[in-house]
Design a protein around this ligand. Structure first.
Ligand SMILES: [Zn+2]
Length: 73
């Protein structure tokens, strides 16, 4: 299995993304992953509801692969 990395916008503090492994197996709508990354932190990790590991990294520019994010500004 390939680990997935999700890139967050520079000021994003929460996110909704898609677990690629679940999307492959169960379809896009079954694969939502929600989480939170405080502004002071540059990375974290999470798992989807089925246990796939997902890395969360804060990007220096606009992200790829994030459906929506709440900005702190
Ligand atoms: Zn998954």
């Amino acid at each position: 299995m390939v680990d997935q990395t999700i890139w967050l916008a520079p000021k994003a503090i929460s996110f909704t993304a898609v677990c690629a492994a679940c999307a492959d197996e169960h379809g896009f709508l079954a694969a939502r992953v929600e989480g939170r990354l405080e502004l002071a932190r540059m990375h974290t990790s999470t798992t989807c509801s089925r246990g796939h590991a997902i890395r969360i990294e804060r990007a220096n520019h606009e992200p790829i692969g994030v459906l929506s994010a709440l900005s702190a500004s």
